[in-house]
Write a protein that binds this ligand. Structure first.
Ligand SMILES: NC(=O)c1ccc[n+]([C@@H]2O[C@H](COP(=O)([O-])OP(=O)(O)OC[C@H]3O[C@@H](n4cnc5c(N)ncnc54)[C@H](OP(=O)(O)O)[C@@H]3O)[C@@H](O)[C@H]2O)c1
Length: 132
């Protein structure tokens, strides 16, 4: 595994899911971590859980409340974070939500429908060809 000692990593959406998993892994590999998301209690709990996997002395885990939908807050919070925790070497953005139902719709719109349309089109063409 790569060595991330002394790497400064910012993870937006780092309080759960993929972001938290990335934070845990990179912290375990020696990085300093700052996580960002909206729910402060969840942030505090997650930061504590990440810091439990400390591998070298002096490693830091910090968290800052941030709603990425608020553009001015993004600029303000990131400026503050750079002053407090330094410029990031790596920035990971995992903020978002996974809605399985919407995934189904996306697949339907992006994959299934074009396939059906293509087959229907082929079918029509075939029929026309046979008629000729
Ligand atoms: N899980 C999968 O298998 C999968 C696969 C492909 C793509 N993705 C995509 O990857 C992203 C993360 O998925 P996940 O499963 O890790 O989701 P998750 O467990 O719900 O984690 C989402 C993270 O983003 C934060 N967040 C949500 N809205 C935010 C906002 N407006 N500002 C700042 N932080 C925000 C959440 O904290 P707060 O709610 O406290 O803000 C949380 O830390 C989603 O966009 C998802 O669609 C997921």
């Amino acid at each position: 595994m790569k060595d991330f000692r002394n790497k400064n990593v910012y993870i937006v959406g780092g309080s759960s899911g993929i972001g938290l998993a990335a934070a845990r892994l990179l912290f375990e590999l020696g990085a300093d971590i700052t996580i960002f998301s909206r729910d402060e209690q969840k942030l505090a709990r997650s930061a504590k859980a990440i810091s439990a996997q400390c591998t070298s002395t002096g490693q830091t885990v910090a968290w800052m409340q941030l709603d990425v939908a608020d553009r001015s807050a993004v600029e303000r919070v990131l400026d503050t974070s750079v002053l407090r925790h330094g410029v990031p070497d790596i920035l990971i953005n995992c903020a978002g939500r996974a809605y399985p139902h919407y995934l189904k719709i996306s697949v339907s719109i992006n994959l299934t429908k074009p396939c059906i349309s293509t087959f229907m089109e082929c079918g029509t063409r075939q029929k026309k060809w046979y008629r000729c």
